[in-house]
Design a protein around this ligand. Structure first.
Ligand SMILES: Nc1nc2c(ncn2[C@@H]2O[C@H](COP(=O)(O)OP(=O)(O)OP(=O)(O)O)[C@@H](O)[C@H]2O)c(=O)[nH]1
Ligand SMILES: [Mg+2]
Length: 478
């Protein structure tokens, strides 16, 4: 490992686990099936779940990310079942019931799922959509959390808890979360995230509906600029919950990415250019025929680009639908969001998935008649320096569950976040390799000293994982 390489790159992690699965399959018998089943988990894209309050804009954001209007967002239609959107052709849907059974369900009008079951019997709907965007991640849309809809929260929780044995088949196995809120999240929403086992490393905050933030488009401050500054404040306040907070106007991104905006819409928007913003809304309210385009057309524009787009998108409309789509994309914040999803969130999602697979192997090593051979495979993986970050993340998760105030929490988080050895050690990026070695050795000694008086089994595991991490950093410099 050199200082320029990331110690948490996922691809070598995949290769190591794949090699271990080949060894597992070589034992023959039912272990071939186990290896295939676990291999399918390994090679499928990580699952990112979108959670948040009722009407926070979750389904709209899912559509924007997929680039097709597949998730229901009608103002009166709340999402009432967890829905997994996975890349696949032809477009189709399965329903997975709470007893783990699964069967195909028809799609009406090409997108709406005909459940044929009461939502309380449904664990989740599995939608296959041909989509380039879904080839790297699978997205999971969830019913909104709200104190008034306990059933919704229960449905989401039931599908997210990574249950073993009896609930495994009915769990969506999420690896990371996008947490949407349009103001400060409530404590019950935060509790929910902790309960389903997400850490700030695999949770990204989204300040949604940024186009209407504060007093909206008619306010003194630009809502998106205001939302951007507020996102930085929220990121600081929510640092125990999310890794960062990105402001996003999902509606604007959805319109731009789904091709909903036509040339006719662009002409109508351009025709509204002569009016001052306030005058525009007054004329719309008065509905006295003074507007140069029919009222329904203006209402359609607001449905697609919001009041913000109506006011500020007019200048872009002279460039036609293409001009408007480009402008919508740039102000929506979708590109920065996609970049974070693709880099940090996906990285931790992949590590999380790898951890899940190691747990599967652990339980096989415990229960299978060929346990000795399987234990050998597990111990080879456990001592592999490439899998160090997987062990760190597993240790962090269990420490957060049992002893969230333990000092190792901050240390594990820092080492996991680092993409270079210097960052993992929290030293100047220009630190020469021999000095990095010395710092790694100091940390190693400190961790070993702490190991003499631990408070819990989870802390023991955490310190062992840190020992392995510092050891591999120490060796990397030699
Ligand atoms: N102006 C504006 N409106 C938005 C934005 N995102 C969503 N909306 C609107 O908010 C309403 C709810 O959006 P959804 O995406 O259905 O919200 P949801 O969180 O999936 O709602 P539930 O599934 O019912 O919890 C819809 O009318 C959307 O058009 C946004 O970024 N800006
Ligand atoms: Mg929804």
């Amino acid at each position: 490992m050199t200082t320029t390489q990331t110690p948490t790159a996922p691809e070598p992690v995949h290769q190591r686990i794949d090699a271990a699965l080949h060894r597992l399959a070589s034992f023959g018998g039912d272990l071939v099936d186990h290896a295939n089943r676990i291999g399918a988990i390994l090679w499928s894209p990580p699952r990112i779940v979108v959670v948040g309050r009722l009407k926070a804009g979750k389904s709209t954001l899912v559509n924007a990310l997929i680039g097709a209007p597949v998730a229901e967002t009608a103002a009166l239609e709340a999402t009432n079942v967890v829905t997994v959107y996975e890349n696949g052709a032809p477009s189709r849907a399965d329903v997975v019931l709470t007893d783990g059974s699964r069967g195909p369900v028809p799609l009406s009008f090409g997108t709406t799922v005909e459940l044929g079951h009461s939502p309380t019997d449904v664990a989740y709907v599995h939608r296959y959509v041909p989509s380039q965007a879904l080839s790297r991640i699978t997205l999971v849309d969830t019913p909104g959390l709200a104190t008034l809809t306990v059933a919704n929260a229960a449905a989401t929780e039931r599908a997210l808890i990574d249950g073993f044995e009896q609930t495994r088949a009915a769990s969506v196995d999420a690896d990371a979360a996008v947490f949407l809120f349009d103001s400060m999240p409530r404590s019950d929403e935060i509790d929910f995230l902790h309960r389903v086992g997400f850490t700030p490393l695999n949770t990204l905050g989204v300040l949604s509906r940024a186009d209407g933030f504060g007093r909206g488009v008619l306010g003194r401050r630009d809502p998106i600029g205001h939302a951007t500054r507020h996102a930085a404040v929220l990121a600081e306040r929510l640092r125990d919950v999310v890794g960062s907070v990105v402001p996003v106007a999902g509606l604007l991104a959805q319109t731009a990415h789904t091709g909903a905006f036509t040339e006719r819409d662009a002409r109508a928007l351009a025709a509204l250019a002569p009016f001052a913003p306030l005058e525009l809304f007054d004329l719309l309210d008065a509905d006295d025929g003074t507007l140069p385009v029919p009222r329904e057309q203006v209402v359609r524009l607001i449905d697609m680009v919001g009041e913000y787009g109506l006011v500020h998108g007019r200048h872009a409309a002279t460039g036609g639908a293409h001009g408007v789509n480009g402008w919508l994309t740039s102000v929506s914040g979708i590109d920065p969001l996609t970049a974070v999803l693709d880099r940090s969130l996906r990285r931790f999602a992949v590590l999380h998935r790898a951890g899940r697979i190691l747990s599967e192997l652990d339980s096989l090593a415990y229960s299978h008649p060929a346990r000795d051979g399987i234990r050998e495979i597990v111990s080879t993986l456990d001592s592999d320096p490439v899998l160090v970050p997987v062990g760190l993340l597993r240790a962090l998760k269990s420490l957060l569950e049992t002893d969230p105030d333990a000092p190792a929490v901050a240390e594990l988080t820092r080492v996991l976040r680092g993409t270079t050895i210097a960052a993992c050690l929290d030293v100047d990026p220009a630190t020469p390799p021999e000095q990095l070695r010395a710092v790694a050795q100091e940390r190693l000694v400190a961790v070993q000293a702490q190991s003499l008086s631990t408070r819990s089994a989870a802390e023991d595991v955490a310190l062992a994982a840190l020992t392995r991490a510092y050891m591999s950093m120490f060796r990397a410099g030699s």
